[in-house]
Design a binder for this molecule. Structure first.
Ligand code: FES
Length: 276
């Protein structure tokens, strides 16, 4: 969900759905001293009773339907979406195991709610090296059917990607990133975008993003992070072949859903037709 903060800051936070109700949304925000400013403002300046503009909730990181076992891996504040996924998967009666890495009990979230659950393992690791060893042991012991979902620090996600490639299980790994991938957002080549609802044709120049080209053309499009992270600018692709560069979901997931992220992805074909 997007939260509009003073000064035009727009930030995305996971709803902790087991704690939400029809009358309230619950989020958890870790204060990042060297972040972009949103968490510092919420911790230091937000006041009880203050009003914020919110987007509708959206979800690009959910457990896909099925009956295969689910392994949930969370590191640090990455527990916020994973905790919701754990409770929901468990409520469906599907086999699930949650592994949660945090520095110490003082740094852990939801520890009381997760205590005494046979399908939860909490790991306390003082260093990245220590957690990496535990992490590899968990992932290497998996059954071939297990679907893996992971949210945590960049190093943890990179490590899991590497393990997934070594073990040849990448299609079963689903990652939620808090940081944009280093890939360039700008297109390497020029191409045409057709907005199917109006028939408008827009030229995307080399070095420009689709989002920028559409904004320049006066199109009314939704967006938020502009980093390929939040999913706010996801649109349906009706024709053409996108070049997916975001971290919202994998290229395979986009192709299955028939969507693309226009703030950072590009086109492999000379023309894209978008459902806008
Ligand atoms: S605006 Fe956030 S993914 Fe495009």
């Amino acid at each position: 969900m997007d939260i509009g903060l003073p000064g035009g800051l727009l930030r995305q936070y996971s709803l902790i759905t087991p704690l939400c109700s029809r009358r309230r949304y619950v989020i958890a925000v870790k204060r990042e001293e060297h972040g972009r400013g949103g968490s510092r403002w919420l911790h230091d300046s937000a006041r009880v009773g203050q009003l914020f503009e919110l987007s509708s909730p959206r979800n690009h990181f959910e457990v896909a339907p099925g009956d295969s076992p689910v392994l949930l891996l969370a590191g640090g504040i990455g527990i916020t979406p994973i905790y919701s996924m754990y409770e929901q998967t468990r409520a469906c009666g599907r086999p699930v195991h949650l592994h949660y890495w945090c520095r110490s009990q003082k740094h852990g979230l939801f520890l009381e709610a997760l205590a005494d659950r046979g399908d939860v393992t909490v790991h306390y690791a003082a260093s990245a090296e220590e957690s990496a060893g535990q992490f590899a042991t968990v992932v290497q012991g998996l059954s071939k059917q297990t679907e893996i979902y992971c949210c945590g620090p960049q190093g943890m996600l990179d490590h899991l990607e590497q393990l997934g490639e070594d073990l040849n299980v990448m299609p079963r790994i689903h990652l939620e990133r808090f940081q944009a991938a280093p890939a360039s957002a700008a297109s390497n080549n020029a191409f045409e975008v057709t907005l199917a609802r109006s028939g408008t044709q827009v030229r995307v120049a080399s070095g420009q993003t689709i989002l920028d080209a559409l904004r320049d053309a006066g199109a009314d499009v939704m967006y938020s992070c502009e980093q390929g992270l939040c999913g706010a600018c996801e649109v349906r692709v009706l024709e053409g072949c996108p070049d997916h560069r975001d971290t919202v979901c994998s290229a395979e997931e986009h192709d299955r859903r028939g969507t693309m992220i226009i703030c950072c992805s590009s086109s492999q074909s000379a023309r894209l037709v978008l459902d806008i």
